[in-house]
Design a protein around this ligand. Structure first.
Ligand SMILES: Nc1ncnc2c1ncn2[C@@H]1O[C@H](COP(=O)(O)OP(=O)(O)O)[C@@H](O)[C@H]1O
Ligand SMILES: CC(=O)N[C@@H](CCC(=O)OP(=O)(O)O)C(=O)O
Length: 309
């Protein structure tokens, strides 16, 4: 291009390079799940909040769902309660549920709301209990071929997106804690945050779902290697799912649920990278593990060079 070089031109160039993505993503709803393991560093959390507010100003509609597994475990330990997991889910006694609710809704969610609202009055904290957003029944996972009772752990049976949609329509950023009210006994239940994010993304008809965690993505050779699978179709993931374990199981099951229920794409990314959300949204697609529907036919984003001319 002809013209006079200016010292700040590089800045303008990087903004303009985002233009094709901004056009494509305009007005689209994105569910962003922040895992408790990616929330251990204050600077990373602050960068996450900036990213979410940036997306909101750029015309996207971000909805945040957060986890807090390590934070819950730490608080339970302070109460002298041990953390036990079965089938990747926390065994949740009524006593533990009080702690889960206090940590998720009273601590982790409040902190995220505060960080986002440093940049404007956007974030509104809520839990799945509010306006019956998430309804569940008691989840009885199968362990060694038998159904086991792990207490107040919910399996989502219904999602009412009315409140989240109203907040988004008002320009707000909902920050949702993964707690559901039980359809059986009216008590609150603990829901895995990946599962909650996926159910919400599907019910809201989100364009995309992004999950931030503490690894680079899904590894095919875990725990021996950390080679990341870049892209999977829903069918490919379905075949792989029985081999997965630990925290990656609800994450990938959530991705599969989302893309099988209308979400355009789901991606697990490394939340330890500062501004990983912006890298995911405006990058060249080589971050983390992307899950797409079997019939993914999205047009490629135009080359940035084609715009900068
Ligand atoms: N195949 C796999 N690839 C990558 N990570 C895996 C895999 N299987 C299990 N994991 C574990 O899953 C963890 C992420 O899940 P989790 O601890 O629940 O995080 P979060 O708090 O972000 O939800 C990783 O830290 C890793 O230890
Ligand atoms: C039932 C169940 O296991 N619930 C989770 C909820 C928090 C969560 O999922 O947090 P992460 O996203 O950080 O893992 C728990 O109690 O740890």
């Amino acid at each position: 291009m002809r013209g006079v070089e200016h010292p700040a031109l590089a800045k303008a160039r990087s903004v303009v390079e985002a233009l094709p993505w901004l056009i494509r993503l305009q007005g689209e709803l994105a569910v962003i799940k922040l895992g408790g393991n990616a929330m251990v560093d204050d600077a990373l959390k602050a960068a996450f909040a900036q990213d979410v507010v940036f997306l909101r100003h750029a015309g996207l509609k971000p909805v945040v769902v957060h986890g807090g597994g390590p934070q819950i475990s730490a608080q339970l330990a302070r109460h002298g309660l041990v953390s036990e997991f079965r089938a990747g889910l926390r065994v949740t006694t009524p006593e533990a549920m009080d702690v889960v609710r206090m940590v998720l809704a009273g601590q982790v969610q409040r902190e995220l709301v505060g960080l986002i609202n440093r940049h404007g009055p956007f974030a509104v904290g809520m839990t799945g209990e509010d306006a019956d957003t998430l309804t569940a029944v008691r989840h009885l996972p199968e362990v060694d071929g038998e159904r086991v009772d792990i207490g107040r752990v919910g399996e989502i049976t219904a999602v009412n997106g009315t409140l989240v949609r109203a907040l988004v329509a008002d320009g707000r950023i909902p920050v949702v804690s993964s707690i559901a009210r039980s359809a059986e006994d009216g008590e609150v239940h603990n829901v895995n945050a990946d599962t909650a994010a996926a159910a919400l993304a599907a019910a809201l008809g989100a364009r995309s779902m992004v999950m931030l965690t503490d690894v680079a993505g899904l590894s095919a050779t875990w725990p021996c290697g950390d080679d990341v699978i870049g892209r999977l179709t829903a069918s490919e993931l379905e075949k792989l799912l029985p081999e997965l374990a630990g925290g990656m199981l609800p994450k990938m099951a959530g991705c599969l649920h989302a893309v099988r229920h209308g979400v355009g794409s789901a991606r697990v990314i490394d939340g330890r990278i500062p501004h990983s959300v912006l890298l995911e949204m405006f990058g060249d697609g080589d971050i983390g593990t992307l899950v797409v529907p079997d019939d993914d036919v999205r047009p490629p984003v135009p080359e940035p060079a084609a715009v900068w001319s």
